[in-house]
Design a protein. Structure first.
Length: 267
């Protein structure tokens, strides 16, 4: 995910890397990643390159030059509940984001329904779907999915998504967050697998503390065995902390997952 290949201090981890976003394409390529999930962290500012024609031309050129694509966008800006409040600026920005995604060929918009945008009941869920009705219709027409990232129980999430049998609404599943809320990622992925369009790779302890991959309580060996045996080809996006050295963390995390994906390599 964008911003994970830059040192963050004193900025928030989940913040757009204003000074280094171009460099991150080449850093990703050099480590071995083939795609970056774009990050929109503020709908009140219009200086995110994805929201302007000039910015999108720069992004497209960087994709060509680096060989690293942009297939998804994390719309973290709306974690504040602004869409549910029907904030006009937020709705306008989300509309603009969907248009930007079509022009860049982006396949997924990850929409967190967490923290202040967390949905606890079905009526609020229906309200969100109604608020996003026009956006969903646009996404369906242009083959863009809205991947909802939620901490809801998997059976409830699957049931609520299935109430709206539309292909533009999917799920983004975070294995670290699942362990942090004492859920079993394999059991939940079995329930959600037909709906999951992306998996966030992160490691946490059951106490909810983030770690480098392999240092927390996520059973990555079992996860990748499940992925190898699954009929689903689900994209993986690293949403890992950078701590005090993005290069070390990015390289070590990449090698850790690469080894699990190619188990014939020596440990």
């Amino acid at each position: 995910m964008q911003g994970r290949l830059s040192n963050k201090s004193p900025e928030r981890l989940q913040s757009f890397p204003k000074k280094t976003w171009k460099e991150e394409f080449y850093r990703a390529r050099d480590i071995g990643f083939d795609t970056i999930e774009w990050l929109l962290d503020d709908y009140r500012e219009s200086n995110n390159p994805i929201l302007s024609e000039t910015g999108r031309r720069e992004i497209s050129q960087l994709v060509i030059d680096s060989g690293v694509s942009v297939r998804s966008v994390c719309a973290h800006a709306f974690i504040d509940g602004s869409l549910l409040r029907e904030d006009r600026d937020a709705l306008d920005c989300f509309d603009a984001l969907t248009v930007a995604c079509r022009r860049l060929g982006v396949e997924r918009i990850v929409l967190p329904v967490l923290e202040r945008s967390e949905i606890q009941d079905k009526e609020t869920w229906k309200a969100l779907f109604e608020v996003l009705k026009t956006v969903r219709e646009y996404c369906l027409t242009h083959d863009i999915s809205i991947a909802l990232e939620s901490d809801l129980d998997a059976e409830i999430l699957a049931s609520w998504i299935s109430d709206f049998p539309t292909t533009e609404v999917t799920a983004c599943y975070d294995v670290g967050n699942a362990v942090g809320r004492h859920a079993d990622p394999l059991q939940e992925l079995e329930i959600l697998s037909d709906l999951v369009s992306e998996i966030h790779i992160k490691d946490k302890t059951r106490a909810g503390i983030s770690h480098s991959l392999g240092q927390g309580d996520v059973n990555f060996i079992a996860l990748f065995e499940w992925l190898r045996n699954s009929d689903h080809n689900i994209p993986l996006v690293f949403e890992t902390p950078v701590f005090d050295d993005w290069e070390r963390e990015g390289s070590q995390n990449y090698q850790f997952i690469k080894q699990l994906m190619t188990p014939e390599l020596p440990l």
